[in-house]
Design a protein around this ligand. Structure first.
Ligand code: NAI
Ligand code: HPV
Length: 528
């Protein structure tokens, strides 16, 4: 097997390269390239490991013809076009906890730096001015911290602030009252927070809802003398409005680690005395960088080598332990989806996936994704397990999942049913020896078959002589039969024949088979 190739395109702790190599990947570390250089290079890689500098745009994804997975050594993924990556079938992963303590500590450091004007005092002292009377700070004890975003980082900031004897008011629409009590914070709406806070820190991702959350209007609602810290994302604050508020003195100080445009080599804010900044250093500690480098390399290598999925933002999780167990099930699920897809001509408004027995005890999401991928692949070659659920949604296909933990006739079973104009039709399969996928039922008829390579599906009247005739026809056309699988509703009724053949069956042979006496339908099928 050729080794998966990974590109590390942003500065990353060397542990990432080491782990990739130990896990059987070839790795290149090439940082600081222009988008054009990356576009020229990306086609040869299966995996891409990034931080925040690489912008994974549509153009880069279009050029990434082999790419299977992008791993963000960090949290924010606003530099990756995730919907487009999903459409292309590329998994996007991040490392959601590796740098959260470090970033929370940076926010607290920024808060103290603002409260005591440490950067400016430091600069003037070093200039030999000894400016003892020029700086008067404020205590944080007893002050109110307004937390916008109370997720991983926000809750660490809250716990540190409570330790500093501050009061914490949090605005986060997804924060439950129970969690607020557990965190020891007061849950509030944004206007209340803005009116109460002496310090405000931001800890939300950048989304359409959070963009400009500190807009000119909202900044005007803050308490006079407020100090603002942003270690989350640049687009959360209107920088021009902030500059006006700093100049007027309404905002007593602001500390930004992140900017609307990065790298921020110039900004009107740089002129303000009561403004301090760092160049997106929130995650830059040795500890955090080792954490995220190890995690991203382990996650990407797991996916590329074993199919394990951890911390993916566009695909259900699948642990490296689960992956080998689920692998034959996913193959079966994909084959059943593909069989139904190939045999259904009508439009399908609903597909149901039913697991029974041992299959029902497993993580169902990957099996559902595999069924959808097999089903939709008939419509487009570029469908895979990552983009299939999105495509299904886009096409208005309702997906139902049902589990029955008790065993039926088989110890394990997956059934895929589709709703069509002609009614509900279903196929079912099992695993032999927990490893080999087998079809066991096709549209109500019992038939045992391996779904593999090129196949022919024939519906005919159950009458003597038919098997001989089809065998002769294929033989005369040089088509070798691999396996022969028969099933029928009742003696003399409708019968089905599933043949595996060693080469593709052309239209001429299909037509001739269709014209044989008693034949109702002939279709060529292909399985991966
Ligand atoms: N400066 C730096 O170097 C770093 C910056 N970050 C940034 O910090 C952000 C937060 O990270 P985590 O706390 O780990 O993420 P998280 O996902 O654990 O928390 C985000 C919180 O924001 C809340 N939220 C979402 N929409 C909101 C809205 N409209 N209004 C208020 N709250 C809203 C969510 O409910 C969630 O609780 C990341 O998305 C990233 O952009 C993260 C690491 C380092
Ligand atoms: O993890 C995040 O969201 C960060 O913003 C850290 O960014 P970085 O990896 O330091 O470029």
């Amino acid at each position: 097997m050729t080794k998966p190739k990974v590109l590390i395109s942003d500065k990353m702790d060397p542990n990432a390269k080491r782990i990739f190599e130990e896990r059987g990947c070839d790795v290149d570390v090439i940082t600081g390239e222009t988008p054009e250089q990356l576009i020229a290079r990306i086609g040869e890689y299966d995996g891409l490991a990034i931080r925040s500098s690489t912008k994974v745009t549509k153009e880069i994804l279009d050029a990434a013809t082999n790419l299977k997975v992008i791993g963000r050594a960090g949290i924010g993924v606003d530099n990756v076009d995730i919907p487009y990556a999903s459409g292309k079938g590329v998994v996007v992963m991040n490392t959601p906890f590796g740098n959260s303590i470090t970033t929370a500590e940076h926010a607290i450091a920024m808060m103290f730096a603002l409260a005591r004007q440490i950067p400016e005092a430091n600069a003037q002292t070093k200039e030999g001015k000894w400016p003892k009377n020029a700086f008067m700070g404020v205590e944080v004890t007893g002050k109110t911290l307004g937390l916008i975003g109370a997720g991983n980082i926000g809750s660490i900031v809250a716990s540190r602030a409570l330790g500093l004897k501050m009061k914490v008011v949090a605005y986060d629409p997804f924060l439950t009252p129970e969690r607020a009590v557990e965190m020891g914070v007061e849950k509030a709406d944004l206007d209340t927070l803005l009116a109460k806070a002496d310090f405000i820190t931001l800890h939300t991702p950048l989304t359409e809802q959070t963009r400009n959350i500190l807009s000119e209007d909202n900044l005007a609602k803050t308490k006079k003398g407020v100090r603002i810290v942003n270690c989350a994302r640049g687009g959360l604050i209107d920088e021009n409005a902030l500059k006006k508020m700093l100049d007027s003195g309404h905002v007593a100080g602001a500390a930004l680690d992140v900017f609307q445009t990065e790298p921020a080599k110039e900004s009107p804010l740089f002129e303000c005395d009561n403004f301090i900044c760092t160049p997106h250093l929130g995650a830059s500690t040795t500890e955090a960088q080792v954490n995220v480098a190890l995690q991203v390399a382990e996650q990407l290598a797991d996916y590329l080598v074993n199919g394990g999925v951890t911390n993916a933002l566009n695909m259900p999780s699948l642990s490296a332990e689960e992956a080998p167990k689920l692998k034959p099930y996913m193959k079966l699920a994909e084959q059943l989806g593909s069989l139904v897809g190939q045999l259904t001509r009508d439009s399908v408004p609903r597909i149901s996936i039913h697991t029974e027995g041992a299959a029902a005890e497993l993580n169902m999401k990957p099996m559902v994704a595999a069924v959808l991928s097999g089903f939709l692949r008939v419509q487009s070659d570029s469908v895979n397990m990552v983009n299939a659920p999105y495509l299904a949604k886009e096409r208005g296909l309702e997906v139902r999942e049902v589990k029955t933990e008790r065993e039926g006739n088989y110890h394990t079973l997956i059934r895929v049913s589709v709703k069509t104009e002609a009614g509900e039709r279903s196929v079912a399969g099992t695993l032999f020896n927990n490893a080999d996928p087998r079809l066991i039922e096709l549209f109500g008829i019992k038939v045992e078959a391996e779904l593999t390579g090129h196949m022919m599906y024939i519906v005919n009247e159950d009458a003597p002589g038919f098997i001989g005739r089809i065998g002769t026809l294929l033989g005369e056309n040089g088509i070798n039969i691999g396996t022969f699988n028969l099933g029928r509703r009742e003696a003399g009724g409708e019968a089905i024949l599933l043949l595996s053949v060693d080469s593709a069956v052309n239209d001429e042979v299909l037509k001739a088979a269709n014209e044989l006496p008693g034949v109702k339908l002939v279709k060529a099928l292909t399985f991966a």
